[in-house]
Design a protein around this ligand. Structure first.
Ligand SMILES: [Cu+2]
Length: 422
C-alpha cells in the first residue's frame, strides 16, 4: 500500500496515474489531506534534511562498489584465460590462425592453440614444382661399414593437385618423405637435420632397436632443436614394410607430412618372389581452409577436406600400368595420423601376406577385397590383374574419395588407377 506522502501531488479530481493503486474508500487514510503543491519553505527544508547522505552511507556504498569490482575480476579470472597473452597468440612472424568452426574453450592453453594453428606462411622455405612426387628413393653414402642417410626437415609449399597447394612439414622437401630401403643386418646411421622452426624427433615405427634410438621426444631423447642434427644408429633385424615419422607433437608434425616408407628386405632375397612389381600406398589427410593448412584431426574445425595417396589426390595420383596376369605387391601403410581407411581394390580379391611387417602363415592368409588400414598399420597384399581395363584402388569411406567435397574424373582423394593392359 502506498503511503500518501509518497504520492505525487495531483490536481483535485484528476484521474490517478496508470498503475497507481488508489486507496479504497474504506481505507483509514481515505480522505486524508494531500500536501498542497505549494508547501511551505519549512516543509521543504525538513524533507531535504531527511535525505542528506551520511558518512556511514558513503562508507557502505564504497564497500559495496569494491566488493562488486572484486567479484567482477574473480568471475572473469575463473571463466576466462588470463594465462594466454596476445603476444603468445601472435607468436611467430605470422601470428596464429585458428581453424574456422573450431570450438575453443576459454581455458585452452597457448600450447594447444599453437598445436592446432595453421602452418605459418612465413616459415615456408621452398616451393616444390607442382608435379614433384614424394617417396623418392633415398640414396645412402657408405662410411666404413655403415650406410649413412640424411633426412632434412623443412616447411614447404606442396601441390596435392595441380591447382591445390598446401603448406607441408617435409623430409627432404617431399611428401611423403623419401623411401629408405635397406636389408636386414645393414648397419645404419640416419642423420636428421632439423630445419623446422620447432623441435622434432624421428620414430622408426615397429623396429626392434636400442631404446635411445626409438625417437619419442622427452621420453627416450631430448628433442632435436631447430638448426641442429641428431644421428640415429641401428641395425634392422626384421624384414618387411615399416615407416618412419615424427615423434614430437606427432598429432601436428606427422599430420602435416613428416612420415616416409621404410622397406626392409631380407638379407637373402627369395629366389622367386610371388610378384613382379610393388606399389607403396601411403595415406594422409589434409585440412585446407581459406588458403591456410591445418593439421587434420578428428575434431571440430580440423576435419580434413583433402586426402592423398603418396602426397597426391586423385586424379593427380600415380596410375600403375600392369600386364594382364601380372601379380602386384601392394604395401598399404597407415601413415595417416588420425583416420582409418578401408582400402578396396576393384576387379577381384587380394591375399594378405604380411601384417605390420610380419609374415602371415599361409593357412591364415585371408582373401579379401577391402582391408581397413588404421593409423600405424601395414598390410602387404598380393593382387593379380585378372582382367584388362582400368581398375580402381580406393578408400571405401566415400568422402575420402572427394577433393573438398567434389569429384573429378570419377573420384578424388584416396583413389588411384591400376591400368591392366592385355
Ligand atoms: Cu578413407
Amino acid at each position: 500500500m502506498q503511503e500518501p506522502d509518497k504520492m505525487q501531488p495531483a490536481a483535485p479530481g484528476a484521474p490517478p496515474p496508470a498503475g497507481m493503486t488508489m486507496p479504497p474508500s474504506d481505507n483509514p487514510h481515505a480522505g486524508m489531506a494531500m500536501p498542497p503543491t505549494g508547501t511551505s519553505p519549512a516543509g521543504e527544508m525538513a524533507m531535504a534534511g531527511n535525505r542528506a547522505v551520511t558518512p556511514l552511507q558513503i562508507a557502505a556504498m564504497t564497500l559495496l562498489t569494491l566488493l562488486a569490482l572484486g567479484a567482477g575480476v574473480l568471475i572473469a579470472a575463473l571463466g576466462g584465460n588470463f594465462g594466454m597473452s596476445v603476444r603468445d597468440m601472435r607468436a611467430g612472424a605470422g601470428g596464429l590462425v585458428m581453424p574456422p568452426g573450431m570450438v575453443m574453450s576459454n581455458n585452452m592453453s597457448t600450447a594447444a592453440a599453437q598445436g592446432m594453428a595453421a602452418v605459418d606462411p612465413a616459415a615456408v622455405r621452398y616451393t616444390a614444382p607442382a608435379d614433384t612426387r614424394g617417396d623418392q628413393p633415398l640414396v645412402p653414402t657408405r662410411v666404413g661399414d655403415t650406410l649413412v642417410f640424411t633426412l632434412t626437415t623443412s616447411i614447404i609449399k606442396w601441390n596435392i593437385l595441380p591447382g591445390t597447394q598446401v603448406m607441408a612439414y617435409t623430409y627432404n622437401q617431399q611428401v611423403p618423405g623419401p623411401r629408405i630401403r635397406v636389408k636386414v643386418g645393414d648397419k645404419l646411421r640416419i642423420n636428421v637435420q632439423n630445419m623446422l622452426p620447432e623441435a622434432t624427433t624421428v620414430h622408426w615405427h615397429g623396429l626392434i632397436l636400442p631404446n635411445n634410438m626409438d625417437g619419442p621426444a622427452d621420453v627416450t631423447q631430448a628433442p632435436i632443436a631447430p638448426g641442429t642434427t641428431f644421428a640415429y644408429e641401428f641395425t634392422p633385424q626384421q624384414a618387411g614394410t615399416y615407416f618412419y615419422h615424427s615423434h614430437r607433437e606427432p598429432d601436428r608434425q606427422q599430420a602435416l607430412g613428416l612420415y616416409g616408407a621404410l622397406i626392409i628386405d631380407p638379407a637373402t632375397p627369395p629366389a622367386a618372389p610371388a610378384y613382379s612389381r610393388e606399389v607403396v600406398v601411403q595415406l594422409q589427410e589434409w585440412t585446407v581452409r581459406n588458403g591456410s593448412t591445418f593439421p587434420a584431426m578428428p575434431m571440430e574445425g580440423l576435419l580434413p577436406n583433402f586426402f592423398t595417396i603418396n602426397g597426391k589426390a586423385y586424379p593427380a595420383t600415380e596410375t600403375v600400368n600392369i600386364k594382364q596376369g601380372e601379380t602386384v605387391l601392394v604395401r598399404f601403410i597407415g601413415t595417416s595420423s588420425a583416420f582409418s581407411h578401408p582400402m578396396h581394390i576393384h576387379g577381384g580379391p587380394f591375399r594378405i601376406i604380411e601384417t605390420d611387417g610380419n609374415p602371415v602363415p599361409p593357412a591364415a592368409q585371408l582373401l579379401k577385397d577391402t582391408v581397413n588400414v588404421s593409423p600405424g598399420e601395414r598390410y602387404d597384399v598380393l593382387w593379380t590383374a585378372r582382367e584388362p581395363g582400368r581398375w580402381l584402388l580406393h578408400c571405401h569411406i566415400l568422402h575420402h574419395t572427394t577433393n573438398d567435397g567434389t569429384e573429378e574424373q570419377g573420384g578424388g582423394g584416396l583413389t588411384m588407377i591400376l591400368n591392366v593392359v592385355p
